[in-house]
Design a binder for this molecule. Structure first.
Ligand SMILES: *Cc1c(COP(=O)(O)O)cnc(C)c1O
Length: 408
């Protein structure tokens, strides 16, 4: 009997359409395998992954060291809950704290959970350390923020679509323009406990704030006794050319949130990180997670961190990112309004007159490059940090071809 014909992409799309919630609008490509910077679809076509799962795969797909750590741990122990200790969590948290220079870390799974953890930590600090009256603590956030999808977090989004139909929302999150330090100064009141900010806004379209913004914000927070909370879930772990994006401004946030690449694309691992002044406000029973700090996640987290440090991925990101951004600008496409970013977190802004970014992403897909539009006009380029200059050079030819078409 002849082998049945391979399922075509269309049948996978139909199946997903039929059985999934329609809360995403993915490109019509069905992936089945990945290795390093490459992914393959069900029809055997190879693509360069220039999204890296929103920077969760900074180390590349199936990094051998992270896969090996996961395999080893799979044969030992995977879950204990926090009712008991395990032999991976302590070493993981020590290595994480040593990498970023803080006293302690609270492990969670997804980014949104780590953001929620930071919110709880800062509110408690507001009450117990700052003496803010009960239930009055405020955490200032920025317009166009993205911190995740829980009801509390979307409640302080400025994006109507993230909120519409999901209220009522948690109060206590005044919003100010991003990149405007004076607006922060003006917004701080007696009940302000914290300021939650992304050093570069990723989902908003790779918005890089004015030079020195985070430094100024940190100074304002320190003078006012307000906790600075940096959401480095996307910008952290080498993505912007430093281990943390805050380093560009020589800022040490009071509370640091990491996730995404902390799990190396293999397992969800996140953490809220702070010194004892903040962390010790959590007492047994105050907060928790069944899976947070589990031995499999901790082993994966240790390996994921080690790869970023051992392979000096922050420096690669810095060097390749500056060069790649310059090359993108040199294409001189009439469709491009701006190329912006830091390290290998790059946004190419398509002019409104050239239509939305989506058709450009579809054209790139046909040429073997996977990138995703964000906020209609921006194509984001964020390949794994293990990418080589030669691979990026080849990608530039395809990108230039797409950006040179009159109508992609
Ligand atoms: C992705 C992201 C989150 C949410 O992480 P999840 O793992 O999807 O919950 C939060 N903040 C920023 C800046 C992000 O990029």
């Amino acid at each position: 009997m002849p082998a049945p014909p391979a399922r075509a992409t269309e049948s996978w799309l139909k199946e997903a359409e039929r059985y999934s919630a329609h809360n995403y609008h993915p490109l019509p490509v069905v992936l089945e395998r990945g290795e390093g910077v490459w992914v393959w679809d069900v029809e055997g076509r190879r693509y360069l992954d220039m999204l890296s799962s929103y920077s969760a795969v900074n180390q590349g797909h199936l990094h051998p060291a992270i896969v090996a750590a996961a395999r080893t741990q799979l044969d030992r122990l995977t879950l204990t809950s926090r009712a008991f200790h395990n032999d991976q969590m302590g070493p993981f948290l020590r290595e994480l704290c040593e990498a970023v220079g803080y006293d302690a870390a609270l492990p969670m799974n997804t980014g949104a959970e780590a953001v929620e953890t930071a919110i709880k930590m800062v509110r408690k600090w507001g009450y117990e350390v700052r003496g803010i009256p009960a239930d009055q603590a405020e955490i200032i956030v920025c317009d166009d923020n993205f911190h995740g999808r829980t009801t509390t977090i979307v409640g302080f989004s400025s994006e109507d679509q993230y909120r519409d139909g999901f209220g009522p929302f948690t109060p206590g999150f005044p919003r100010i323009p991003f990149g405007d330090a004076e607006a922060l100064r003006a917004a701080i009141g007696p009940n302000t406990a914290g300021f939650l900010v992304e050093p570069i806004q990723g989902e908003a379209g790779v918005i890089v704030p004015p030079e020195g913004y985070l430094r100024a914000a940190a100074d304002i927070c320190r003078e006012a006794g307000v906790a600075l909370v940096a959401d480095e879930i996307q910008t952290g772990l080498g993505r912007t050319g430093r281990f943390l994006c805050s380093e560009w401004d020589e800022v040490r946030p009071d509370v640091l949130i990491v996730g995404k690449a902390l799990g190396g694309g293999i397992y969800p691992v996140s953490a809220a990180i702070a010194d004892r002044e903040f962390m010790d406000l959590f007492r047994p029973g105050d907060h928790g997670s069944t899976f947070g700090g589990n031995p499999l996640g901790a082993a994966v987290g240790r390996a994921s961190l080690r790869v970023i440090l051992d392979e000096d991925l922050s420096r690669r990101s810095d060097e390749l990112g500056s060069w790649f951004m310059e090359e993108l600008r040199r294409i001189g496409s009439p469709h491009v309004e701006e190329v912006r970013g830091r390290g290998l977190m790059i946004g190419v802004v398509i002019r409104e007159s050239s239509g939305p970014a989506r058709p450009f992403c579809e054209a790139l897909e046909r040429r073997g490059i996977l990138a995703k539009e964000t906020h209609h006009q921006v194509v984001r380029f964020a390949p794994p940090l293990t990418v080589s200059r030669a691979v990026l050079q080849d990608a530039l030819l395809e990108i230039a071809a797409v950006l040179s078409e009159s109508c992609p």
